[in-house]
Design a protein around this ligand. Structure first.
Ligand SMILES: Cc1cc2nc3c(=O)[nH]c(=O)nc-3n(C[C@H](O)[C@H](O)[C@H](O)COP(=O)(O)OP(=O)(O)OC[C@H]3O[C@@H](n4cnc5c(N)ncnc54)[C@H](O)[C@@H]3O)c2cc1C
Length: 379
């Protein structure tokens, strides 16, 4: 009898799981014992870290996009359709056109930045967290001739270091343009330090002070007046801006909310070690879709994919699923247009940025290309 694994979501996490599983279980897949179905709502696979570079005119969307069907192992059955409902009691996923029963389910539906979470933000602010937003920002950044560039951040959001990368790159960008003295760079953060990870916050403050980047903590954007160009903090203070760049709170995919599987923000309660959905033996959750206290990052999805695939193989072979995720993440951090550092950490070990170098910047750029090997399950 054919057993079926359904993966919902063809981003970083879903694609890696599908390809690694298909490679590791090639015999079973070819002789019809195992079917791997990936349900994705888009035919394009986009490498989101590229958005940061697009905002500085350092790249373009086509460079960071591939056809999903060409990334996938030939024996992965790619269904291009949105999952409308996930019924974990009946072990069924319903799309617009079909209904699929499963033996195991992997939920990899990611998260999205909610620009509607703050009144006035969509009209008054920009973001580099979406392809359209990054494309628009490319021109805003180019045409900006001076004034206050305000960055606001809400949590949770994916890639916790990307806002830092953005402000450091903006600093270099306007220095190179010869107008840094006309640009006031202001970075804000919603809690009592400038980053959720304390060692990163301590390091970043020193960099801000060295470069003349202003910063404000306990800044929680409450509303934006797009006409007057004022951002309002929850404490009532007013912050005039000329260019507002927001990283708004993220939400889990709508299908998660619609299927009643997530918390109030649409993130799925997940066991931090086994990566199974709480209370569900046949459902794994991976990538941004989880409610885990780890960075929502592609590298997190990558390390999680290893655990999920190994456990799925064990379970398919009738063995116990003993592999555990240790919270590992790895992030390069651009510290300008030509230098970078990196951090690596897990549930037990905190991160510590290393001294920035040009070599690390080139490693980050190289990974932008190597990513496609990771997605194919080769790296
Ligand atoms: C500007 C920016 C910079 C970043 N930089 C880095 C970085 O340097 N390093 C790093 O590690 N990470 C970085 N990230 C974060 C990284 O891109 C995400 O954490 C990663 O993509 C998460 O993988 P995922 O598979 O969980 O979600 P995604 O890659 O977002 O994939 C989710 C997929 O599910 C699909 N989907 C959603 N709902 C449905 C449905 N109902 N039916 C079918 N399919 C559905 C979506 O269309 C999408 O294809 C960055 C992100 C951004 C925005």
């Amino acid at each position: 009898m054919t057993r079926r694994i359904i993966i919902v979501g063809g981003g970083v996490a879903g694609t890696m799981v599908a390809n690694r599983l298909a490679k590791s279980m090639e015999n079973e897949v070819y002789n019809g014992e195992l079917e791997i179905v990936l349900i994705g709502d888009t035919g394009k696979h986009i490498y989101q870290p590229g958005f940061l570079f697009m905002a500085f005119n350092e790249g373009f969307l086509e460079q960071f996009a591939r056809e999903e069907k060409y990334l996938l192992h030939p024996k992965v059955n790619f269904v291009m359709d949105a999952a409308r409902h996930i019924d974990v009691d009946r072990k069924r996923v319903i799309t617009g056109k079909q209904s699929f029963d499963y033996d195991f389910l992997v939920i990899a539906t990611g998260s999205y930045p909610d620009m509607e979470s703050v009144p006035g933000l969509a009209a008054g602010g920009h973001t580099f967290y979406t392809p359209e937003g990054a494309e628009r920002l490319r021109y805003e950044m180019l045409n900006f001739q001076g004034g206050t560039l305000l960055v606001t951040i809400d949590v949770p959001h994916k890639c916790p270091v990307a806002p830092l990368e953005f402000i450091f790159m903006a600093d270099d960008y306007y220095r190179e343009a010869g107008i840094r003295n006309k640009v006031q760079l202001k970075y804000t953060y919603p809690i009592g330090r400038v980053h959720s990870l304390e060692p990163v916050a301590k390091w970043a403050v020193k960099e801000f002070e060295k470069r003349g980047i202003e910063y404000e903590t306990f800044f929680n954007l409450e509303k934006v007046d797009p006409e007057k160009r004022i951002a309002y903090n929850m404490d009532g203070s007013e912050h005039p801006y000329d260019l507002l760049i927001a990283i708004p709170a993220h939400r889990g995919a709508r299908v998660i909310q619609d299927s009643g599987l997530g918390d109030e923000d649409g993130f799925i309660p997940t066991d931090r070690y086994s990566l199974k959905m709480e209370g569900q033996d046949c459902v794994y959750v991976i990538g941004d879709a989880t409610d885990l206290p780890v960075s929502k990052a592609g590298s997190t999805a990558h390390y999680e994919a290893d655990v999920v695939v190994r456990n799925l193989i064990s379970e398919l072979k009738g063995l116990p699923a003993t592999h555990r995720y240790n919270g590992k993440a790895f992030c390069f951090i651009e510290t300008g247009l030509n230098e970078a550092t990196y951090i690596t950490f897990n549930y037990k070990q905190p991160p510590q940025p290393v001294p920035p170098s040009e070599m690390l910047h080139w490693f980050k750029l190289s990974y932008n290309e190597m990513y496609w090997l990771s997605a194919r399950g080769i790296l």
